[in-house]
Design a binder for this molecule. Structure first.
Ligand SMILES: Cc1cc2nc3c(=O)[nH]c(=O)nc-3n(C[C@H](O)[C@H](O)[C@H](O)COP(=O)(O)OP(=O)(O)OC[C@H]3O[C@@H](n4cnc5c(N)ncnc54)[C@H](O)[C@@H]3O)c2cc1C
Length: 409
């Protein structure tokens, strides 16, 4: 029997597996393709999130010139952005798993049975793996964990190309976090859910350009995103010369939290850890895995404790009251972002990036405490346009349940 069984070999599975190994546990993993596996998503992060962890060596690219375009303004963000080298990121986790002599099994987790002092996961082929605690890190649609149903799931959707172009689609050595300029769209198209360009100069005349819908329910279809990207590039007189990789990005932003009375724990998308207002998660995985792993290691020391009580300790750390309060505020923010028309959304982001950099950075990284976050929201309210203020006031009434959650959790 293992101490811990991790389901899934994405960033969340490997982050928690490595941290559990660091904590001295005897860990096994189960994935359809055990690692090393190719991670095809382009994972970006702000460099200052990695610096405190001394992990900037995991980046393949860094940009000092990072900008946003909104409300007729070019906003210099004055914050360095990076793109992970996925092989380095994965090896960083796997080397720690190897040190802990972790074992990987190939298979799909199909069912879990919780017994008196262990849980047993089975695959359709009949493999059965037992561990004191199971960590479901199988992504946004988890294999074993149950989440309550929700009617209106908001999705981040993006269509991107890595390739060469007839002319630079963005300025040389630049990273564009969001370009909301929409002059290339007809008035009718501008009534549809707004999308923006996320783009980076990868060097050697190669660029990554991605048309992105921050969040919408239902998801903005890939065809619409592709057409918008083509139209945006054409408007700037840029043709695609060679496509090296196409990224289809789609994931949920506001899935409900799993029920905390389950005898397994979740991590990553499975535990709804995606930042509901930005869609980022990798920084949170790196930051939070050691704390969750230490809690599990501590809980496991009591040999008679059933999986349910180990899971309870871990859920309390992962989704503490403070984390849930902040999530309610982020969900309130997300509802606003989805309701704003294009002009209001642009005004919102122009004001957001005028906040002190330490505030908007910490808001995006989810490193503020609840009082700090509320203070920031008030500060934002005082400094944004009347139009944004009016929309926020309307939402404070229509989405009062979310604000109420933030107060009473
Ligand atoms: C295209 C794209 C780009 C993104 N870019 C960024 C970014 O720049 N920065 C950022 O922070 N976030 C980004 N995200 C958001 C988020 O970080 C990713 O979705 C991330 O991959 C989620 O990690 P995860 O490990 O929870 O899930 P996944 O990456 O989906 O991994 C799940 C793993 O579980 C396995 N699995 C599934 N079912 C089973 C089963 N039944 N049994 C066993 N194993 C199973 C899968 O094979 C896989 O190995 C992006 C997402 C996408 C889709």
């Amino acid at each position: 029997m293992f101490d811990a069984l991790v389901i899934g070999a994405g960033p969340a599975g490997l982050a928690i597996a490595a941290a559990l190994c660091d904590a001295g546990l005897n860990v096994a993993g189960l994935a359809p393709v055990p690692p090393p596996v190719a991670w095809l998503n382009t994972y970006g992060i702000w460099c200052d999130e990695l610096e405190p962890m001394h992990l900037t060596h995991l980046l393949s690219h860094r940009w000092q010139d990072s900008v946003a375009y909104a409300a007729q303004q070019t906003i210099a963000l004055q914050r360095e952005y990076g793109l992970f080298d996925n092989t380095k990121l994965q090896n960083y986790f796997l080397e720690r798993c190897d040190l802990g002599k972790m074992v990987w099994y190939q298979g799909i987790a199909a069912a879990v049975e919780h017994l008196a002092n262990c849980s047993c996961v089975t695959t359709p082929e009949g493999t059965a793996l037992s561990a004191r605690i199971v960590i479901d890190a199988s992504g946004h649609n988890p294999a074993l964990l149950k989440k309550p149903q929700r009617d209106r799931i908001a999705y981040q959707a993006a269509y991107g190309i890595v390739g060469q172009f007839s002319a630079p689609p963005i300025e040389s050595q630049q990273f564009v976090l969001m370009d909301y300029r929409a002059d290339h769209l007809s008035p009718d198209e501008r009534q549809a859910p707004p999308t923006f360009l996320y783009a980076m100069d990868l060097g050697n005349d190669v660029f990554f350009v991605e048309e992105t819908s921050l969040a919408n329910s239902p998801a903005v279809p890939f065809e619409v995103l592709q057409q918008r990207l083509e139209k945006r590039l054409a408007f700037r007189g840029v043709q695609v010369k060679e496509v090296q990789h196409v990224e289809y990005c789609l994931f949920p932003m506001n899935l409900p939290l799993p029920s905390f009375d389950q005898a397994a724990i979740g991590f990553g998308g499975a535990a709804s850890m995606v930042h509901p207002a930005s869609g980022y998660m990798v920084g949170a995985l790196l930051r939070r895995a050691p704390g969750v792993a230490k809690t599990i290691a501590h809980a496991i020391e009591n040999l008679n404790d059933p999986p349910a009580s180990i899971a309870t300790s871990a859920w309390q750390i992962l989704w503490s009251n403070d984390e849930r309060r902040k999530r309610a505020l982020y969900l309130f923010g997300l509802e606003n972002l989805m309701r704003f028309d294009e002009q209001t959304l642009q005004a919102f982001f122009a004001s957001f990036f005028q906040l002190p950099r330490s505030q908007w950075s910490a808001f995006l990284a989810n490193t503020l405490s609840t009082p700090e976050m509320m203070q920031m929201m008030m500060h934002f309210f005082g400094h944004t346009t009347n139009e944004v203020r009016w929309n926020l006031m309307r939402s404070a009434w229509s989405d009062r349940a979310l604000l109420w959650d933030a107060l009473v959790i």
